[in-house]
Design a protein around this ligand. Structure first.
Ligand SMILES: Cc1ncc(COP(=O)(O)O)c(C=O)c1O
Length: 380
């Protein structure tokens, strides 16, 4: 940061002070282009599709069939491309929802949902571990926003009863299928509470699509829950599907409303045509190879159980670390041995963790687990 000191008296010096405070708290972060030969156990590419060149070629061919390969405008002008439409039809039908809406990213999808749907007089309840995108959107709506204890259906019910809503107000609940920083699965009792109070339930399935369920479609399928009109499912394309973007599955009315009112969907260029094509190919490929992927997932879980004696339900392995400094040290040590893992620190999480993704087909998984086991027995 030395070179920045010279700029102490410029208009950006305010940020310099904050940056110094972030550094003092060991919370300073920077972007790194990692060596692509590292064994990657950090990214959300759960099924390893990000390096399947066959899918890249198929997506290219799919896009090449059309005169235009970029969206050129927002969806309500003329950015809605036949590939968007085809993918939406496929993903809605596959998941048993009436409609699907392609969105540029999961962040934009949550921003769209939680900015547009809650109105003044509504009660919006979030699991306390809900993703930052939903929480940011709450600052843009006029509903009463309350957090409930993580995965605690009783606390959710208590808060529905406790916080009065207006006569015409509704209850909207925001949860994740698999929580990104703990790997916890949604408590299925929350679906019952949503039904009991006729609440709209928004399930962010960023980390459960491609990981859970009979056809790897996520938690609705895993818990055998048939989608209803009070359900909204958000799935991302940048994780197990090996692309970038998102989709929102819902009833016809919610779909129509989002198309007409969600600013983060309306006032932006339509999603990248190529990325949607790539996700489409990824999803078709997973559906053709369900049993193969389910077997890979089972093997990864069994290996974790055998070596670390931990039962993981999703594909996120979390190991708590005493301090942010220690988390960074262990990450560095693993890097020197050729392994990349996530060292996640406050404020993203309450306590520092190592976040390890047992990516399918990545070599050296047994080895990294043994190194971690060693570190744990040395008081990690
Ligand atoms: C739970 C959750 N929701 C939403 C997002 C945002 O999705 P995207 O990366 O597609 O913007 C993420 C992570 O990136 C996430 O972990």
């Amino acid at each position: 940061m030395e070179n920045l000191e010279l700029r102490e008296n410029t208009s950006s010096s305010f940020y310099l002070k904050e940056l110094k405070a972030i550094k003092r708290a060991n919370r300073y972060r920077n972007r790194v282009v990692f060596d692509e030969n590292l064994k990657d156990f950090a990214s959300n590419d759960y099924l390893g599709l990000s390096r399947k060149k066959k899918l890249l070629k198929k997506a290219y061919r799919r896009v090449k069939r059309y005169k235009f390969h970029s969206p050129k405008a927002s969806t309500l002008v003329n950015g809605y491309h036949p590939i968007h439409q085809e993918f939406e039809k496929y993903v809605a039908k596959l998941n048993g929802f009436e409609k699907a809406l392609c969105v540029g990213s999961g962040f934009l999808a949550n921003l769209s949902i939680f900015e547009a749907l809650p109105r003044r007089g509504d009660l919006l309840l979030f699991d306390e571990e809900f993703h930052a995108s939903g929480l940011l959107a709450c600052e843009l709506n006029e509903a009463k926003v309350v957090k409930f204890l993580h995965n605690d259906a009783k606390d959710l019910e208590k808060k529905i009863k406790e916080y009065k809503i207006t006569k015409n107000g509704r209850v909207i609940i925001g949860v994740e299928g698999v929580y990104s920083m703990s790997g916890d699965l949604i408590n299925p009792e929350i679906f019952n509470i949503a039904d009991k109070y006729q609440a709209l339930l928004v399930v962010d399935e960023a980390h459960s699509v491609g990981v859970l369920g009979k056809n790897l479609l996520g938690v609705f399928e895993y818990f055998d829950i048939k989608p209803k009109t009070n359900h909204i499912k958000m799935g991302t394309l940048g994780k197990a599907l090996g692309s970038y973007g998102a989709y929102v599955l819902s009833s016809n009315e919610i779909y129509d409303f989002l198309c007409n009112r969600a600013k983060a969907t309306i006032y932006t260029t339509a999603p990248s045509v190529f990325d949607i094509a790539l996700a489409y190919e990824g999803l078709l490929y997973i559906q053709k190879n369900i049993n193969k992927y389910k077997k890979f997932i089972r093997n990864r879980k069994q290996k974790i159980k055998k070596i670390l004696h931990q039962n993981i339900k999703s594909l996120i392995l979390v190991i708590e670390i005493k301090s942010s400094v220690d988390a960074l040290k262990i990450k560095e040590k693993l890097l020197q041995k050729g392994f990349l893992v996530g060292a996640i620190r406050p404020p993203t999480v309450n306590k520092p963790i190592l976040r390890i993704i047992p990516r399918i087909k990545e070599k050296g998984f047994g080895k990294i687990l043994k190194i971690i086991k060693n570190e744990i027995s040395n008081g990690l």
